[in-house]
Design a protein around this ligand. Structure first.
Ligand code: GTR
Length: 442
């Protein structure tokens, strides 16, 4: 008997070691490529050629046919189909003068649906008090809760699920230590002093960032309203977060929010939330300007280059971000019917700003730049100056030399994967050019 137990013990140990070894080897199996000369030859799909091979040579054909075709392809193969817009209702929770009277800060709950038990997200809104009418504004999701933007203890600590971050969380709950930790990424004073509003929302209010089979957050609350869609093409988390941004825009465009001009809202996001701002801007033409900060794979970076993070890698690490069908393109990017320059093209002719950082090789800065370059022909077809001058630039700009003359902006900031004051200053200048005068609603 003892031998049997020993034998079992030995087997259990062997099995454990084997599993551990497999885990370690799985975890270490992916070696990112950073060598341009090792990129397999690829051909990008042409945004100005329809799936049937015919050319798109007029703005009308782009608007009426190709744009819809591309949107459908991105929904089916990458981000997933989302439900139709739900009705929203809103409740103001607080209002306070802040920044020595320079801004009014409010907290507003926006509910996904009219029922008492509807899921909700909380908007933290700053509006300059000096404004003599509705202001243009930036709208962006945040990673660590609205209370991480500003250390003022009167901002409510978010009671929802948080990714475990050690010092600022206790298990999956946020703590007092999170207050103001993300203030560097949200220079409220600067934004407000330049005459803009700022609206931010904790992304986990919309969909907690973990893989639970698409059930939590608004996936659970609204998922049933998504009918006639193959399971593999249902909305992933990026699509859910983008859906939340569009409902926030519903609120900003409503009579409930007279201090912000809902027709002059720039959607902004960093990293996974930059992927989200791009999908929000591509799928919802009411966003007047779109900003992608270090969005990388599945955001601005071309998938076919497979430099740094790849489609296979992102789908393995974050299986819930995209739809399930996107897995078909793991290590098989050339089979994708789209690439990310076409995502950028879906934002045309609206102002678009793509930013990269020199040390952010995981996000493939060159792939982000090239994506903007290859979206340029669509912008020009739509009668804009794209990346400026007569044609898109052939070379990547040097670090800290923004390209911002045209309606597509780009910069490569010195430094790491982050959203910094330098980035914000470029966005503010770009917004000054493009968002200052009001534009008619579509
Ligand atoms: C990384 C991921 C990136 C990027 C980033 C972030 O782990 O690989 O695609 O989205 O997270 O969102 O911070």
């Amino acid at each position: 008997m003892r031998h049997l137990i020993d034998l079992r013990h030995a087997w259990a140990c062997a099995a454990f070691l084997l599993t551990a070894a497999t885990c370690v080897s799985n975890a270490t199996a992916f070696e990112p490529n950073y060598d341009e000369s090792k990129i397999a030859p690829y051909k990008l799909p042409d945004p100005l050629v329809m799936e049937d091979g015919s050319a798109v040579t007029t703005p009308g054909r782009w608007e009426n046919q190709r744009r819809a075709e591309l949107l459908e392809l991105f929904r089916k193969h990458v981000y997933g189909f989302s439900p139709e817009p739900c009705q929203i209702r809103s409740e103001r929770v607080s209002e306070k003068q802040v920044l020595d009277g320079k801004a009014t800060r409010s907290e507003v709950d926006v509910f996904f649906g009219s029922g008492d038990d509807a899921a909700s997200m909380r908007l933290l809104i700053y509006v300059p008090t000096s404004a003599d009418g509705p202001v243009p504004a930036f709208l962006g999701l945040n990673f660590q809760g609205n209370h991480s933007i500003d250390s003022d203890p009167s901002i409510q600590l978010n009671p929802g699920w948080f990714r475990n971050r050690g010092e600022t969380t206790d298990g999956n709950r946020t703590t007092e230590a999170a207050r103001g930790v993300a203030a560097d990424r949200w220079p409220v004073d600067l934004i407000v002093s330049r005459g803009y509003g700022l609206v931010t929302i904790y992304y986990g209010d919309i969909d907690p960032d973990f893989d639970d089979g698409f059930n939590n957050g608004i996936h659970g609350a609204l998922g049933d309203s998504l009918t006639g869609v193959e399971d593999e093409s249902r909305w992933g988390s990026i699509a859910a977060w983008a859906y939340g941004l569009s409902r926030a825009l519903d609120y900003l465009q409503s009579d409930q929010c007279p201090s912000i001009d809902g027709d002059r809202v720039a959607v902004i996001g960093h990293s996974r939330l930059g992927k989200t701002s791009l999908w929000a801007g591509a799928s919802d033409p009411r966003f007047a300007m779109v900003i992608s900060n270090d969005s990388g794979c599945g955001g601005a970076a071309l998938s076919r280059r497979a430099i740094g993070e790849t489609v296979g890698r992102i789908n393995t690490s974050f299986p819930h971000w995209f739809n399930d069908k996107f897995n078909e393109y793991n290590e098989n990017e050339s089979a994708l019917p789209v690439d990310q320059h076409e995502l950028l093209a879906l934002i045309a002719p609206r102002p678009l700003y793509v930013a990269s950082a020199t040390e952010d090789r995981w996000a493939d800065p060159k792939g982000e730049f090239l994506s903007a370059v290859h979206a340029d022909p669509v912008y020009r077809l739509l009668d804009t100056d794209g990346m400026g001058s007569d044609a898109a630039p052939e070379q990547m700009p040097s670090p800290d030399q923004p390209i911002n003359e045209g309606v597509i902006g780009y910069h490569l900031r010195t430094g790491k994967h982050d959203l910094t004051e330098y980035d914000w200053r470029q966005y503010l200048e770009f917004a000054d050019r493009h968002l200052r005068s009001s534009r008619p609603r579509e």
